[in-house]
Design a protein around this ligand. Sequence first.
Ligand code: HEC
Ligand code: HEC
Length: 266
Amino acid sequence: MRVPVTVKVGLVALGTMGVYTGYANYIPQIQSKPPAELSLEGGDVTPAQLVRFGEETFKTKGTCEICHRIGQPGTRAPDLAGIGARAATRKPGMSPKQYLIESLLEPSAYLVPGYPPIMPKVDKPPLGLNRSEVWALVAFLESLGGTVDVKLDDIPKTAGAAATAGGAPAGIKLPGDPKAGEKIFAGKGGCVACHTAGKIGAAKIGPELTQIARIQTPEYIMAKILNPAGMGTVAGFPKGVMPPTFGQTLTAKEYVDLVSFLLTQK
Ligand code: HEC
Ligand code: HEC
């Protein structure tokens, strides 16, 4: 008996989807929806599951570890060990839970002393986390020395709305040429004297830029190149060392190519 064409197509489609699903689960960096069995939006989840999911988000899709380390000072950001307790001391009159939520959604509302405002809003591109992921992250942070009491209702309904409604948090597409930009990075721009990007360069005077597009907006990257001091100084690195002259020495095309190249670093 011949198998009807639609069934064959259906099976092929299912098989292909299966492969991709398996692949997406295998490689955690690939943006994937929260595991279905946790049904986070239904509220049908234990605090322990929530904390576990938050920890996973912290390490994978959230890419928090590019800046933060738990139990060891990171280069770009504060050590988050004990943050569940410390959150109570940050803003007088604000509960630890409210402080943590604000830290994720409006990072520059309170700046930890000594750090510049470089933390991206976690529910906006490039991180683009959804509401469930923000909820789970807060639970995970609370678990680091505090009490896990965050409810889904504590997270504003608008959180993550842009990321889910707007589709892919792809950010802007620049008309530049990344290949030409790579040459500027290693050549005329002189960036390799201080920075490493993937296989290019080995310098450690400035921060590693290998994953810069995963953690920073195009706007930040563009502004940092033209006016390094205006964007604050990345913690753990010397102030005033990045030259403020690229706006004069690079042509507009070289600049756009260079930014396009950096946006491939993720
Ligand atoms: C580009 C680097 C960067 C990334 C990525 C980043 N952060 Fe931050 N974060 C910072 C910096 C710098 C500070 C300190 C300045 C401030 O308060 O905004 C900070 C502050 C915080 C604080 C407040 C800490 C305190 O001691 O009060 C929390 C909580 C936090 N981040 C959580 C996260 C989580 C969770 C993620 C991942 C979803 C994340 N951050 C991603 C740079 C980053
Ligand atoms: C003489 C050394 C030096 C040169 C050359 C240099 N930088 Fe930097 N750069 C730094 C230092 C140091 C920092 C960190 C301190 C700060 O924030 O100013 C930095 C920070 C940055 C950041 C922010 C990284 C982050 O994690 O937030 C970007 C982006 C950057 N540089 C891009 C470039 C590009 C692109 C070039 C070439 C056009 C370049 N830099 C040339 C020293 C340099």
